[in-house]
Design a protein around this ligand. Structure first.
Ligand code: ATP
Length: 233
């Protein structure tokens, strides 16, 4: 692979504004797809990368569906949207899936391509409240901006909250001030992957919570069934 070529599952050479939606996607649901699409539109992104985590640092004890299944469901869900791409960057890397390492790799890739590229890490206001506990949050915010969306029960934060809660409050001089946060008002959907898993385990309907192809995949692979031995990714 030549230096100027991008890896097939990463961004294209011409992409200038790129969103990154990291998650366990166990499974991907319409809540994820709506925030990705509406942030793409609001921030005029060329691309949104969906990045399934291998071992999410904040859920180390979690028993996940196999990474191959979670990635396959992401692929099925985003098929047909030319602005959406899956990246297996975290699945190919050993150890915990630190967001800062992922964004760092993407920034390095842009530098190798000689391309000026802005990255926006998309996360809900709920996830933002835990940012302090992430690995190197200040460095993360110096590498990318945070695109924060509301989630039912977690409205968008105001400036005062950001000033007092973000690790970036102390990081302005390090290029990681609260101006690195962009709030995007997206349509609130109360979907959660845990709810989808609970319903699937009980044999209840998950129709309209996940795309039809994801619903079929879960059924065919007997994912989340209480009689299905789940293993860690
Ligand atoms: P689980 O229920 O297993 O905890 P989840 O539904 O929160 O999973 P993740 O893959 O952990 O899904 O989420 C990835 C990102 O998407 C996180 O920032 C999460 O807060 C956000 N997100 C997930 N569902 C929604 C939703 N319905 N509305 C807004 N943001 C969401």
């Amino acid at each position: 692979m030549g230096l100027l070529m991008t890896r097939p599952d990463w961004v294209a050479q011409g992409d200038r504004r790129v969103g990154i939606l990291g998650g366990t996607f166990d499974p991907i649901h319409y809540g994820h797809l709506v925030i990705a699409e509406q942030v793409r539109e609001a921030l005029e992104l060329d691309r949104v990368l969906f990045v399934p985590a291998a071992i999410p640092p904040h859920k180390p004890e979690a028993v996940l569906a196999p990474a191959t299944d979670r990635a396959a469901m992401v692929e099925l869900a985003i098929a047909g949207n030319p602005a959406f791409t899956i990246s297996r960057i975290e699945l190919e890397r050993d150890g915990p899936s630190y967001t800062v390492d992922t964004v760092g790799e993407l920034v390095d890739e842009a530098a190798r391509q000689g391309v000026a590229r802005d990255f926006f890490f998309i996360l809900s206001a709920e996830a933002l409240t835990g940012l302090d506990a992430w690995h190197e949050p200040l460095r993360l915010m110096s590498l990318c901006r945070l695109a924060v969306v509301p989630r039912p029960g977690a409205p968008l934060p105001d400036g005062a909250w950001l000033e007092s809660h973000l690790p970036a409050a102390a990081g302005a001089s390090a290029g990681a001030g609260v101006d690195r946060v962009v709030c995007v008002e997206t349509v609130p959907l109360a979907h959660s992957a845990s709810d989808v898993r609970t319903r699937a385990a009980a044999g209840r309907s998950i129709r309209y919570l996940v795309p039809p192809a994801v619903e079929a995949y879960i059924r065919e692979h007997r994912l989340y069934r209480s009689d299905h031995a789940r293993r860690t990714a």
